[in-house]
Design a binder for this molecule. Structure first.
Ligand SMILES: C[C@H](N)C(=O)N[C@@H](Cc1c[nH]cn1)C(=O)O
Ligand SMILES: [Zn+2]
Ligand SMILES: [Zn+2]
Length: 524
């Protein structure tokens, strides 16, 4: 049985049939088991009392060099969604391979084939895998991160060049600073700090770094399930850790045990083979843009309720015990609203509702229209072809294939109602939601590490975003997976002026070092 679920599904409007690719069920794992931690390794604990303070000092002393390395990484515009930057993505992977080798890891680049864009085959960047240490008595952590970034242009509204990391008021501004180059480099620096003070690493490490996460992690599931797993890559992995998300707010650290999945759609309408002068052709053709706007406007209402038939049907029911969890989470809706200068929050700004709609209910967002005259100026063409982009963040119990089918059926129905003679086509690319058991000793180890660095117990959070490979890593390794965020809730990943606070970067490196130590003393 194949466990690969992220394929491109295509559905044509009008007379053309829908083509469905195969996929498997998304198994929602309720976090009902509890574990007790036996942390009896007193001599090792005493060693930590010496080791970790030395590491922390080392990290503070080397802060400037950590910023310099992040500047180097940010300078490589590894934008995965635009093939124009594909060489930069490859360069980014090679750059990271050198850095991993410098800290002593053995590395390998794995080919994951091609992607198809506009009927053209484009080579995917290789996936970097590595390993450091192979001591049978030590626990082994598999670390995943991504080296690609979202697109960014200064003209989007950045204060400075997005690919030139700039420090202002204790913040490091640059595309990828928090998502995900800062956290990925954090692992390197934590390893280097152990070396720097002459201490052995407390764990063995395995690495998986890809450069296509922002574009659906194409090829990665296949590599994990069909190559790395049969080859035994996961055989001695005890824990999986990912640092690729953010705290909920700006002051309280979090550890994350759930992600929404994503089902991303490209909705294409074509009325002519080329763009047309609206003075010459306006009034004589059925315009593609009008059809597209009509379709896109049927997807979601003004309050964010998704209008696609039956889309909420399979959402995991809300139970009393879960309801209570939201009360205790440290989240200030008004501070959140102000941080993005939103006019008004949905759900009347009620904390519990906001958290639930971010973590455990699906949401639909309209992202943009390719082919529209979006540049400034009064361009007067009728676009010949437009592609509307929207996505649904999917949640536990919602299968990507089920959601895709509902969307295809709904769009086909609306298209038939529209009665347009134009050509319509919809394609989808999806990744599953993920949840984990936060009562596991792995989470308790990460919580102890967090408390040591930030002097407060972390919130156990879920995340509205998606990291498509997380559930695959859970399945491939059959091990507990944990998300350990470095950045703050106002880092503005994907947005203009993305940043990583210097404090989060430096304390994050210490956090990773403390986490390695804490996992190192978990019973083998
Ligand atoms: C949470 C993570 N840092 C992230 O930003 N993930 C992206 C993944 C994605 C999937 N398709 C496109 N990007 C996200 O949640 O948007
Ligand atoms: Zn991202
Ligand atoms: Zn990311």
């Amino acid at each position: 049985m194949s466990l690969i679920t992220r394929g491109l599904r295509v559905c044509y409007g009008s007379s053309l049939p829908a083509i469905a690719l195969t996929s498997t069920a998304n198994k929602f794992r309720p976090f009902c088991r509890t574990y007790s931690v036996t942390q009896k390794q007193v001599p090792k604990k005493m060693a930590a009392e010496r080791t970790l303070p030395q590491i922390f000092k080392f990290v503070d002393k080397n802060a400037e060099s950590y910023k310099a390395l992040l500047k180097e990484a940010v300078a490589i515009p590894s934008v995965s969604c635009d093939p124009k930057y594909r060489d930069d993505c490859v360069r980014m992977v090679h750059w990271m391979q050198d850095k991993l080798q410098e800290v002593g890891a053995s590395t390998e680049l794995r080919d994951v084939g091609y992607q198809t864009i506009d009927d053209k085959q484009i080579k995917l960047p290789p996936v970097l895998i590595g390993s450091l240490g192979n001591v049978p008595t030590k626990n082994t952590i598999c670390v995943y991160g991504h080296l690609d970034v979202q697109p960014a242009l200064k003209s989007d509204g950045w204060e400075t060049e997005p690919f030139d990391l700039q420090e202002r008021n204790g913040k490091l501004y640059g595309r990828g600073s928090t998502d995900d180059k800062g956290p990925v480099l954090g692992w390197l620096h934590a390893i280097n700090a152990y070396k720097g003070i002459g201490e052995e690493l407390p764990v063995n490490l395995k690495f998986i770094f890809e450069c296509m996460e922002e574009s659906g992690s194409e090829g990665l599931d296949e590599l994990l399930m069909e190559k790395l797993k049969p080859e035994g890559f996961f055989d001695n992995v005890d824990y999986v850790c990912i640092s690729d998300n953010y705290w909920l707010g700006t002051t309280k650290p979090c550890i994350t045990y759930g992600l929404r999945g994503i089902s991303y759609y490209f909705l294409e309408v074509e009325c002519a083979k080329m763009d047309l002068h609206s003075g010459v052709y306006g009034g004589t053709v059925h315009e593609a843009m009008s059809d597209l706007i009509y379709l896109m406007n049927t997807l979601v209402d003004k309050d964010g309720k998704i209008l696609i038939t039956d889309v909420y049907k399979s959402v995991a029911p809300l139970v009393e015990s879960e309801k209570k969890l939201y009360n205790s989470i440290d989240f200030d809706p008004e501070a959140y609203r102000q941080s993005i200068a939103a006019h008004k929050l949905a759900h009347n700004g009620v904390k519990e509702q906001l958290l639930m709609h971010r973590w455990r209910y699906p949401s639909l967002s309209l992202h943009g229209i390719e082919g529209a005259a979006f540049q400034p100026g009064a361009k007067t063409v009728i676009p010949g072809k437009v592609i509307g982009k929207f996505s649904i963040r999917i949640v536990p119990n919602q299968e990507p294939e089920e959601i895709e089918q509902l969307v295809f059926d709904y769009i086909n129905k609306k298209w038939a109602e529209r009665g347009s003679p134009n050509k319509m086509r919809i394609t989808a690319q999806s990744g599953r939601a993920w949840t984990e058991n936060p009562n596991h000793p792995h989470y308790q180890a990460a919580a102890r590490a967090t408390k040591l660095i930030y002097q407060t117990d972390p919130d156990m959070s879920r995340e509205g975003g998606s990291i498509p490979v997380t559930i695959t890593l859970q399945e491939a390794s059959s091990r507990n997976v944990l998300l350990l965020p470095m950045g703050a809730g106002d880092d503005m990943a994907h947005s203009q002026n993305e940043k990583l606070n210097v404090r989060n970067y430096i304390e994050g490196i210490k956090l990773f070092a403390a986490y390695l130590y804490e996992v190192g003393i978990l019973p083998k």
